[in-house]
Design a protein around this ligand. Structure first.
Ligand code: GLU
Ligand code: MG
Length: 458
């Protein structure tokens, strides 16, 4: 980031100030998401936006080591929290927050004071990997599905604020004013909502959005969640995106849909491989499947994540893939006949919303690209719930359970060369420090205690 780039940013921001003021904006928030999956913020009065755009807002590098409960993990190299980073807002995305009047939001990226990119910034990492794909003529399209539960405000317990049966019109009726305001707010913010529905678990709802480029998709997932929380507050509801709100129930997933494109053609359709995958689409998917157990340390990043990954709960607890198979960690979606050219995609079901979406999409690109480079082949798809297969059948088909603890996925992440190379030693070291600190925190906790501790944090 040199002086000319800073001057350009300042000039762009100066132009934005008047337009934002005319829309009633008085303050601007800029954010980054940390390695524990929590989005942290700095904000400025609108008049300071040009200054923010050029020079950023100061923030401590210690945020790389923040855990879910705002403790700070021990630095991997023993360094002290000396130094300062700058959160630089990305003026390509400026959102007037419809449910938080007077506020605008701009996703941020973290730079060193020298102007160099901060090695621990997930959004800059994702940007770099998207550029690497583009250098091979490939773009990715992605979307994060958001599941959440609404709870009655005023208590830390989970008290469902929508009561009708799963997927029922009755439950939609319970929340119809809330849902209308939510859909209005998302639409006003430029989010293309594809669908909203009551989900399976008590008080659970879901919204799915259109696929976008990976950076935009990660930003959208942060924005959608912020909007859901904001609209909920206005309706006296508390929102939980936690993978396990209630021990006995089905959890909240954060399923990620991805497709690859070359010259306007979807590489997940129209090819000669299984279910119409092209050779590149198949090897990308195979790379994803091969590294998925290690990638769980990013996509299912909390001790609580593993409470959700129960077989026969649609969470994708087995390391396998299959056509429209909701129990496979990778669900191949081809769409209805005739729509595959634009609709076909691969859904990663085993991830949840405690994950940092920038790191998740960066990890997916890294391992998928490794699969393409190596020409990795997909195993046979699975057409049943793997939970019904005997131990022998699972073994002969090479189907394993995904890691059943953060401990296991962290060990696999630590041993994964592709992810080590993509994330770089600083970021990898911070992620490992945060994972270890959270595991230690919960070393003797019961499942109920883990669920309670993560219920309202993200
Ligand atoms: N709530 C389920 C999960 O834990 C997913 C339900 C669905 O297939 O949408 O991921
Ligand atoms: Mg769902």
């Amino acid at each position: 980031m040199d002086v000319t780039a800073r001057e350009d940013r300042k000039a762009r921001a100066e132009q934005l100030v008047d337009a934002l003021a005319a829309d009633g904006v008085v303050a601007v928030a800029t954010t980054f998401t940390d390695n524990a999956g929590i989005t942290r913020v700095k904000s400025v009065p609108l008049a300071r936006l040009p200054q923010l755009a050029a020079w950023g807002a100061g923030t401590t590098p210690s945020f790389d080591l923040f855990t879910f409960n705002d403790s700070i993990a021990a630095a991997p190299d023993g360094s002290t929290p000396v130094g300062d980073l700058r959160i630089m807002p990305d003026l390509d995305r400026v959102v007037r927050l419809a449910a938080q009047p007077g506020w605008a939001w701009i996703p941020g990226e973290r730079y060193e004071q020298s102007g160099e990119p901060h090695a621990g910034c997930g959004r800059l990492l994702l940007r770099r990997l998207v550029d690497d794909l583009a250098a091979q003529g490939i773009t990715m399209s992605a979307a994060v599905e958001v599941e959440w539960v609404v709870s009655v405000a005023g208590t830390d317990d989970f008290v469902p604020a929508a009561l009708g049966p799963a997927y029922s019109l009755a439950r939609l009726g319970d929340v119809s004013d809330y849902a209308r305001e939510l859909l209005e707010a998302l639409t006003a913010q430029g989010v293309e909502v594809e669908q909203f529905h009551p989900e399976y678990a008590a008080g659970q709802l879901e919204v799915s959005v259109a696929a976008e480029d990976p950076l935009a998709a990660a930003d959208t997932s942060i924005l959608v969640r912020d909007t859901i929380r904001a609209v909920g507050r206005r309706h006296g509801m508390r929102t939980s995106f936690s993978p396990k709100v209630d021990i006995s129930g089905v959890g909240n997933g954060g399923h990620v849909h991805v497709s690859l494109w070359r010259d306007g053609h979807n590489l997940m359709a129209g090819g000669d491989a299984e279910f119409g995958l092209t050779a590149e689409g198949a090897s990308f998917t195979a790379g994803l499947l091969e590294h998925l157990p290690a990638l769980m340390a990013i996509g299912a990043p909390s001790v609580a994540s593993y409470l959700r990954l129960v077989p026969s709960h649609w969470a994708g607890a087995y390391s396998c893939w299959g056509l429209e198979n909701r129990e496979a960690a990778l669900r191949m979606v081809t769409g209805s006949a005739g729509s595959d050219a634009w609709a076909a995609n691969v859904e990663v079901k085993c991830f949840d919303l405690l994950a940092n979406p920038y790191l998740v999409l960066a990890g997916i690109i890294a391992v998928g690209s490794a699969g393409m480079a190596a020409g990795t082949e997909l195993p046979a798809p699975v057409e049943v719930d793997p939970a019904v297969l005997s131990e022998e059948e699972l073994q002969s088909r090479g189907i394993d359970r995904l890691p059943q603890s953060l401990q296991t996925s962290t060990v696999l992440f630590e041993a994964d060369d592709v992810l080590a190379e993509a994330f770089g030693s600083d970021l990898r070291g911070s992620i490992l420090a945060v994972r270890h600190a959270e595991m230690e925190h919960f070393a003797t906790a019961t499942e109920e205690e883990v669920a309670a501790a993560l219920r309202w944090t993200h």
